[in-house]
Design a protein around this ligand. Structure first.
Ligand SMILES: C[S@@+](CC[C@H](N)C(=O)[O-])C[C@H]1O[C@@H](n2cnc3c(N)ncnc32)[C@H](O)[C@@H]1O
Length: 273
């Protein structure tokens, strides 16, 4: 089925209204191909009407379209310098200040979980006891996260290799990675749509929040709203917020909430409340 420009734009508009995601121009041919294939599968007298209905009603239909519309790449210890900062600066400071060692961590767009397990494995290695909330708009991504089984492709050698030793105990005979039950038990998954945070019971008093590679797809108004809610209501005093390096560099400084102070370490910046 070939989509008219008008129908295509209407479908994109529904996705943006429901999730905040504004796709890049370069992703549009792939999105069009995905929608056209999906419409061919829908047995209905008016597949476009049905698809628009599904997008508005079914979170997973929306999640599938989102995953085509963004650069949905996931691997362990992505942007390894963030994990280096946790290991070198934040976890040792936590040791000094909190003898009980329990730390609340929220991964606010965790996708299939490689990022969450990277946080859990590193925290455990640094003798921190993490209590982790892993959230995403996509329930199917969260299900993969809960299972904690990954193929060899979820490791890269140009980024993250600094910490690959932590994955060794998870290696299976067929070279896959299976997260141990003890690590999985540290993680609580929850579906949260960042575009409508007011509809959720959000994690509070979080000591570290990872919000990486998702803000970049939202408009500035939504970025500002999300940052304000997260910084003011979810991040603990003395907590740290990490955006991706690209987001931290590109974000309009005017929308960074005043309670956050930018910290620069080597060429990396992150935020402290
Ligand atoms: C590129 S992945 C980022 C994964 C991980 N944070 C990282 O940096 O490797 C973006 C994730 O954002 C999620 N996402 C997109 N829109 C969202 C929204 N409105 N609310 C919550 N999650 C969203 C997608 O489902 C996807 O899993």
């Amino acid at each position: 089925m070939t989509l008219s420009e008008n129908d295509f734009n209407q479908i994109i508009a529904i996705m943006t209204k429901c999730s905040g995601i504004i796709p890049l121009e370069c992703h549009k041919p792939m999105i069009r191909e995905f929608i056209e294939k999906r419409l061919d599968q829908i047995r209905d007298y008016e597949p476009i009407v049905k698809f628009k209905f599904l997008l508005e009603q079914e979170k997973e239909e929306l999640a599938k379209l989102i995953s085509i519309s963004i650069y949905d790449e996931n691997y362990f210890f992505r942007e390894e310098k963030h994990f280096y900062i946790l290991k070198r600066e934040i976890f040792p400071e936590w040791h000094r200040k909190n003898p009980d060692l329990i730390m609340n961590i929220w991964d606010a767009a965790c996708s299939t979980g490689e990022e969450v397990y990277s946080l859990a494995l590193l925290a455990q290695d640094c003798q921190i006891i993490p209590q982790i909330v892993a959230s995403d708009i996509s329930v199917s991504a969260l299900n993969i996260c809960s299972m904690g089984n990954y193929s060899a492709d979820s490791k890269r050698y140009d980024d993250g290799a600094m910490f690959h030793n932590l994955l060794m105990p998870c290696l299976t005979d067929n070279n896959h990675l299976a997260m141990p039950g003890e690590i999985r038990s540290l993680i609580h998954t929850k579906q949260i749509n960042l575009a409508s945070l007011k509809d959720y019971n959000l994690p509070i008093k979080q000591h570290v929040i990872f919000l990486r590679n998702v803000l970049i797809y939202f408009d500035e108004e939504l970025q500002a709203e999300i940052l304000k809610t997260i910084a003011e209501n979810c991040l603990a005093d003395d907590g740290y917020l990490f955006l991706s390096q690209k987001e931290a560099a590109l974000i309009n400084k005017e929308i960074i909430p005043s309670c956050l102070k930018r910290i620069v370490f080597d060429d990396i910046s992150y935020f402290h409340k």
